[in-house]
Design a protein around this ligand. Structure first.
Ligand code: HEC
Ligand code: HEC
Length: 388
C-alpha cells in the first residue's frame, strides 16, 4: 500500500480504512514502485513561523503592508515593492526581467526605465523558504533570491532599496538611501504614529522598516492547494490522472531537486538553462547554477526560470525532455553535458509522462492568497508606484 499513499495520509487513516485503501490500490494500473511520495514531498504547514526577534503583531503587519505598497521607499518615489510583486500577477510581475526605476505600467505591460538582470520570483510562500520535508525551517535563515545570496525576509527586504535598477535610481548614493528614506518617513505623521503602534516607540530605523515589511510578507501564503488537502488526508482531492502525475514526477527524478513542501531543496544546481542576456548570467558561483525554485502557484508565476526564458509549462517540460534525450542544442552553450548536476544527467522522461506531470503541477495552485490593495498610502503618492 505504501506505493500509492503518503506518510501523512498513513498517519491519519485508521487501520480499517487502510484495508479498503490497500484493495483500491491493487485494482489500479500502477506505475513501478516510486516509494512513499511523502518521503520526498509533503503538505505545507497550516501556519507560518516568525523569527524569535520579530514576532507577529497586527500593527506591524499593517505598517508593513503600507511600506510594501508605498513608493516613498524608492529614491525616485515611483517604485514600490509591489510594483514587481503584485497580487494581480501572483506577487510577481509576469515579465522576463523586471522593470524598475523610471518604468511605467504593471505586469507584462510594464516598460521603459531600468531593467533588472533576473526574473522576479513570487513573494507568495517565500515565508516558507528553506523548509525541509519534515516541516523544519528557521525563518531567520530562510534563503532568498535565485542564488540564495540573502538570508531571511528581513535581510532580503533591504536589498531592493539599495539596488539602483529596482528602487534607488541613480541620484541618491547607496550609502545615503536608507537615511533619506528614514527622514522621509519621519516627515509623515501617519508613519510616525504607525511605527509607535507597531514597536512601542516612535523611532524609525532600518531594522524596524525591514521587520514590518517581513511581517507583512509572512501573511502572503497559499498553503491549501488540492495537493495539500490530499496529503492531509482528503483522498478525493486529486484525480487518478493527477496521482499518476505525482508518481511520475517522483519516478523520473523531478523530486530529487523539487522536494519538500515547497518543491525545492533550496540548493543550487546546474541544469543548463539557455541564456538570453549578454554577458550571460553565471549565478553566484560563476558556474551557471541557480536555486531550485518552488513549483507552487506556477499558474500565476510565469514566465519561468531565472531569466524567464520559458513562457509555458509545456516549454519547460520540452526543455527537460530534450536534456533527458541528450540533445546538446537544448543546453546553455557555456555548459557541457558532464557539467550538469548528476540528478539532471539521470533524468528520464517520455511524452506520456509530460501531460501527467503538468496535470500534477496544476494541483499545486492555490489562489486563496491575500490580494488586498490599500486605497491610499501615507505618503499620498500613487498606491504601488507608477503602475497605471
Ligand atoms: C524592479 C522590480 C523589483 C522591486 C521593486 C522589488 N523586487 Fe523583489 N525581486 C525582484 C527580482 C528581479 C528578484 C530576483 C533577484 C535575484 O534573484 O537576483 C526579487 C526577489 C525578491 C524576493 C526573493 C524571493 C525568493 O523566493 O527568493 C523577495 C522576498 C522580494 N523580492 C521581496 C521584495 C520586497 C520586500 C521589495 C521592496 C522592498 C522588493 N522585492 C522590490 C524584483 C523586484
Ligand atoms: C538537478 C535538479 C533539478 C531537477 C532534477 C529538476 N529541476 Fe526543475 N529546476 C531546477 C532548477 C535549478 C531550476 C531553475 C533553473 C534556472 O532558473 O536557471 C528549475 C526550474 C524549474 C521550473 C521553472 C519554475 C519557475 O518558477 O521558474 C519548473 C516548472 C521545473 N523546474 C519543473 C521540473 C520538473 C517537472 C522536473 C522533472 C521533469 C524538474 N524540474 C527536474 C532544478 C531541477
Amino acid at each position: 500500500m505504501i506505493y500509492c499513499n503518503s506518510k501523512n495520509v498513513l498517519l491519519v487513516i485508521a487501520s480499517t480504512m487502510a484495508i479498503f485503501w490497500l484493495s483500491a490500490c491493487q485494482d489500479e494500473d500502477m506505475l513501478p514502485a516510486v516509494g512513499d511520495p511523502g518521503e520526498l514531498i509533503s503538505a505545507l504547514p497550516e501556519t507560518v513561523q516568525y523569527p524569535i526577534d520579530n514576532p507577529y503583531t497586527v500593527e506591524k503587519e499593517d505598517l508593513g503592508r503600507l511600506l510594501y505598497w508605498d513608493p516613498i521607499l524608492s529614491g525616485t518615489k515611483d517604485v514600490a515593492c509591489v510594483t514587481c510583486h503584485h497580487p494581480d500577477f501572483g506577487y510577481a510581475d509576469g515579465l522576463k526581467f523586471s522593470q524598475g526605476v523610471g518604468a511605467n505600467g504593471l505586469g507584462p505591460g510594464r516598460s521603459g526605465g531600468l531593467r533588472t538582470m533576473r526574473n522576479a520570483p513570487t513573494v507568495i510562500n517565500a515565508a516558507f523558504n528553506g523548509i525541509d520535508n519534515n516541516g523544519f525551517y528557521d525563518p531567520a535563515l530562510s534563503p532568498m533570491f535565485w542564488d540564495n545570496r540573502a538570508e531571511s525576509l528581513e535581510g532580503q527586504a533591504l536589498l531592493p532599496m539599495l539596488s539602483k535598477e529596482e528602487m534607488r535610481g541613480g541620484a541618491i548614493a547607496e550609502g545615503a538611501i536608507i537615511d533619506t528614506i528614514i527622514q522621509r518617513l519621519y516627515a509623515i505623521p501617519e508613519y510616525v504614529a504607525k511605527f509607535e503602534q507597531a514597536f512601542g516607540s516612535n523611532d524609525i530605523n532600518q531594522d524596524r522598516i525591514l521587520a514590518a515589511i517581513a511581517t507583512f510578507e509572512r501573511g502572503i501564503i497559499a498553503n491549501n492547494s488540492r495537493f495539500d488537502r490530499y496529503m492531509r488526508g482528503d483522498l478525493n482531492a486529486l484525480s487518478g490522472f493527477e496521482i499518476e502525475g505525482m508518481n511520475a514526477f517522483i519516478q523520473v527524478g523531478c523530486a530529487d531537486c523539487h522536494s519538500g513542501p515547497m518543491f525545492s531543496d533550496y540548493k543550487l544546481h546546474t541544469i543548463g538553462v539557455q541564456d538570453n542576456i549578454n554577458p550571460p548570467d553565471r549565478g553566484a558561483t560563476n558556474t551557471f547554477d541557480f536555486r531550485t525554485p518552488t513549483l507552487r502557484n506556477l499558474s500565476v508565476t510565469g514566465p519561468y526560470m531565472h531569466n524567464g526564458i520559458h513562457e509555458t509549462l509545456e516549454e519547460v517540460m520540452e526543455f527537460y525532455e530534450e536534456i533527458a534525450e541528450g540533445e546538446d542544442d537544448a543546453l546553455n552553450s557555456n555548459v557541457s553535458e558532464n557539467q550538469l548536476d548528476p540528478e539532471m544527467q539521470d533524468l528520464q522522461l517520455d511524452d506520456d509522462q509530460i501531460n501527467e506531470i503538468i496535470a500534477f503541477l496544476n494541483t499545486l495552485n492555490d489562489n486563496s492568497f491575500d490580494k488586498t490593495i490599500p486605497t491610499s498610502v501615507p505618503s499620498g503618492l500613487p498606491v504601488g508606484g507608477n503602475i497605471d
